[in-house]
Structure formats: C-alpha cells, structure tokens
Design a protein around this ligand. Sequence first.
Ligand code: HEM
Length: 148
Amino acid sequence: MNAYSLFKYLHSGFRYVVLILILLAIFQSLAGWLSNKPYTEGNRKINLFALISAHTQLVLGLILYFLSPFVQFNSQTMKNFDTRYWTVEHLAMMIIAIVLITIGHSRSKKIVMPEGKHKTIAIYYILALLVIIIAIISSHRSLIGMTS
Ligand code: HEM
C-alpha cells in the first residue's frame, strides 16, 4: 500500500465519522431548540467532536491533495471533470462546509441562552451537511462506499 492509497482509504473512511457526528449534533440541537431543552455537557461534547472530526478530515484531505493523481495544475485542469473537481471544486466546497461548522460552533459558545446555542448549531451544521452531501454527490462517487 503506498501513501496515496493509505490516505485515500483514511480520508474516505473518516467521512463516516464526520457524517455521523454532524448528524448526531443536528438531531440533538434540533431537539434542544424545538422543545426548549437545556444545553448539557453532552451537547457541548458532541458539537465539539463534530468540529474536531471536520478539522481532522481537512488535514487528511490536504495530505491527500498533494498525493492524488487527480490534482493537477496545468492548462487541461479545468477542461477535464475529474481534475477540475478534485483540484478545485471538492477542496472549495469542503472548506466552505468546515468554515460553517467552525463559525457555528464558536457563535454557539458565545450565546448564553440554551435555545440560542441549540438553534445556532442546528442552522450552521445543517448548512454544512448539505454542502458536504452536495460535494460528495457531485464527485460522481458514491456517498456511501469507497472507490478502490
Ligand atoms: C468534511 C470534509 C470532507 C469530506 C467529508 C470529504 C470526503 C471525501 C470523499 C467521500 C472522497 C472520495 C473517496 C473515495 O473515492 O472513496 C474524498 C476524496 C478526496 N478528498 Fe475529500 N473530503 C473532505 C475534505 C477534503 C478537503 C478539505 C480536501 C483538500 C484539501 C480533500 C481532498 C480530497 C482528495 C484529494 C480526494 C481524493 C481524490 C482521489 O485521488 O481519488 N477533501 N473526500
């Protein structure tokens, strides 16, 4: 196994950790927001773990970016779907998603009222999840499954 296939395997597999933690954070914060629940230590931890997992995926993605044969910087890059997607579009969309999670998390920390904390996490993490799902689907690779 070479460095490229190792980091592709790690990055591809780690998507499930990111997706599960973001979904958990969304379900908890929606429940907290809509039924006026307190903001517990459990909420805080899940929202933080989702943030940490997204940043870890960013680091794995950046390493993979410099190993992937699909990442190319030449006159053909934007003319070919695979090179355009993996050199520009995937990176851009995933960074937007990671920025949304980061802003949502830091804003929720500053808000005092539990309802406001839950609402902020719910809105920012739902937007980030939509961007991640659209980004993976538009890669023409499966949302659930790994390419060999
Ligand atoms: C939450 C953030 C991210 C998620 C959920 C994500 C998800 C994925 C998925 C599902 C794949 C396809 C794996 C496969 O074919 O089995 C992939 C591949 C890849 N991702 Fe990400 N990614 C994220 C962030 C990033 C970032 C920030 C970068 C770049 C800096 C990046 C660079 C790459 C590269 C280079 C590939 C491999 C292309 C190839 O050679 O096949 N990813 N990513």
